[in-house]
Design a binder for this molecule. Structure first.
Ligand code: ZN
Length: 166
């Protein structure tokens, strides 16, 4: 597999031209890996100031018996650990599904600069649906939000996962 260098190349492009599809492909790979583990296929990638990948993860709620082990939470925790900081200023988060309210809150607390997500989540989303966390007066930092990145791939992955489970 030539995935890694391909991704690196695309990330370099993303840094120059701002193509959000490249890190999202990596998030999709994490989502597929999560599905293979029997987890809900959601993947996330945290990108640093130079376009470097600081952390990547897929959901692990079942494996860890932890309802908070969403992909976004795992990459935020890992990135904070690696950087030795509780803040991720100037970092961008890519996630295949619209974050839930819990993850939106964590994204806000971490001061993440931009949020790119794939598919919208009418049932569980907390950004454009439900709590709309970033729009609340109690939210003190809202990232720039870009939805619908590689939306079809992200949504198809979830659909086929739940179809197979039925
Ligand atoms: Zn979440």
């Amino acid at each position: 597999m030539n995935d890694r260098s391909e991704t690196t190349r695309k990330l370099a492009e993303a840094d120059r031209g701002g193509k959000p599809e490249a890190p999202m492909e990596l998030a999709l790979a994490e989502a597929r890996a999560a599905a293979a583990r029997g987890e809900v296929p959601v993947g996330a990638v945290l990108v640093g100031t130079n376009g470097d990948i600081v952390a990547r993860a897929g959901n692990r709620t079942r494996e860890l018996n932890d309802p908070s082990a969403h992909a976004e939470m795992l990459v935020i925790r890992e990135a904070c650990r690696v950087l030795g900081s509780e803040r991720l200023n100037d970092h961008d988060l890519y996630v295949t599904l619209e974050p839930c309210a819990m993850c939106a809150a964590a994204i806000s607390f971490a001061r993440i600069r931009r949020l790119y997500f794939g598919a919208g989540d009418e049932k569980g989303g907390g950004v454009e649906h439900g709590a709309r966390f970033f729009g609340q007066p109690t939210c003190h930092h809202a990232p720039e939000v870009y939805g619908g990145i590689a939306e079809r791939d992200c949504a198809d992955l979830l659909k086929s996962f739940f179809r197979e489970r039925r």
